[in-house]
Design a protein around this ligand. Structure first.
Ligand code: KG4
Ligand code: ZN
Length: 393
């Protein structure tokens, strides 16, 4: 099956074309084309993502990325004869009535190219920023109309989970093997918008057993980074500073002590807003925020997070006895968090599934894959759906 994945939930515009081979002994996923445009540079000066700017950037970049993706996949066949008839153009105009520029770009492109060989379009319909989601969805619906291809609406968080099951094929960098998951499994999702513990009793059946009461983990990283005068998104920068401090001063007693929020609560929920505020009060008391201070605060902040993540994940494992631990979401790119959770898996004898470094943060491969797995499982394709900013698993 060939699936086109489209991701526009936040500040990454992604288009990916995958070819699946479910009949092979090992379930294979081949990347035919994979394009990602990060808008981070555009949002940096505002210290966070502006939804309407994100939407405009997606609208500007979707057609060029689709063109690059089809080129990469050798699926771009130019034609002299117009490939769209009047009726289709009119339908696309209605779908993209609020996106004049995207309509102009897309129709011009579609007139000139032959319909590529694609069986379904998977597009993120939530959770995320609604204006950003909306533009990806209308783009998918326009393509579906032009090429008469079904759409599978896809949950972004499910994408973060399933992408952890892809293991690269050593012989072919563009090919992955889909590892089977032994259920029940537990997923720890840590991203810019979410912090969740999810129990997966069987394939594609999710139950949220723990959630953040306030800020998401990535959001806390980014806000603390901002307080320390670091650029957006600061998760990786904080994590690098923490690592530097760990290496330079391995036996030093932390000069600042931050709380471990909700670590003793009986439930599996998280809270990071208090931790962030504690950083703010700590910083206020320090006369000069030197590079050394930044390192020390970053390390104590990351240690507080590690303590909470390890405790809550262990609690969930003891309560639900999963056979597999999956981690996903942008913060799962964090090397220390990956290592510490691996130790938990060794302790409880669990399989450990972690996304490859470049698929931890948002991308369209995870959406194509989640869409594909849902089609395989019999979920209906439909064009009758909308953007759902708060969509749950
Ligand atoms: O999943 P993602 O790409 O976007 C959302 O769906 O939210 O996650 C982005 C988040 C950002 O908050 C970013 O700072 C954080 O992931 N992040 C990290 C690291 N790499 C990305 N946080 C901590 N350590 C990292 N190495
Ligand atoms: Zn994400």
């Amino acid at each position: 099956m060939i699936i086109l994945g489209i991701e526009t939930s936040c500040d990454e515009t992604g288009i990916c074309l995958i070819k699946t081979d479910e009949s092979a002994i090992t379930h294979k996923i081949e990347i035919l084309g994979n394009q990602l445009y990060s808008q981070i540079a555009k949002h940096k000066e505002f210290g966070g993502v502006l939804p309407m700017l994100a939407k405009r950037e997606h609208a500007k970049n979707l057609v060029p990325l689709l063109e690059k993706c089809l080129l990469e996949a050798n699926s771009l066949i130019k034609k002299d004869k117009n490939q769209l008839n009047h009726e289709k153009e009119e339908s696309i105009k209605i779908i993209l009535e609020r996106e004049k520029e995207l309509y102009d770009d897309l129709v011009k492109f579609l007139r000139e190219i032959e319909k590529p060989n694609i069986h379904a379009i998977a597009v993120t319909n939530g959770p995320g920023l609604e204006p950003a989601l909306w533009v990806g969805i209308t783009f998918a619906k326009a393509l579906s109309e032009a090429w008469k291809i079904p759409i599978i609406a896809t949950n972004h968080m499910e994408g973060h989970i399933v992408v952890a099951t892809l293991k690269s094929d050593k012989l072919n960098p563009k090919s992955y093997i889909l590892e089977p998951i032994t259920h029940p499994s537990l997923a720890l999702l840590i991203s810019g918008g979410h912090t969740q513990l999810v129990l997966i009793k069987e394939k594609l059946q999710y139950k949220i057993i723990g959630n953040t009461c306030d800020d998401a983990l990535g959001e806390a990283y980014d806000k603390v980074a901002r307080m320390l005068g670091l650029t957006y998104p600061g998760g990786k920068i904080i994590s690098d500073l923490a690592q530097k401090e760990r290496e330079e001063n391995p036996n030093k007693k932390p000069p600042y002590v931050l709380p471990r929020p909700m670590i003793h609560s009986k439930d599996l929920n998280f809270s990071f807003s208090g931790l962030k505020t504690a950083v703010l009060y700590t910083i206020k008391k320090i006369p000069k925020i030197t590079d050394q201070v930044k390192q020390e605060i970053s390390l104590e902040f990351e240690n507080a997070i590690l303590d909470v993540l390890i405790h809550k994940t262990s609690q969930s494992i003891e309560k639900y006895l999963p056979k597999t631990l999956i981690i996903g979401g942008g913060v799962s790119a964090n090397i220390t968090i990956r290592k510490e959770l691996q130790k938990i898996c060794q302790k409880y004898n669990l399989n450990y599934l972690v996304p490859e470094a470049d698929t931890s943060t948002d991308n369209a491969l995870m959406i194509a894959l989640a869409g594909y797995l849902n089609i395989l499982a019999g979920k209906e394709t439909t064009n009758d759906f909308k953007a759902e900013g708060n969509l749950r698993l």
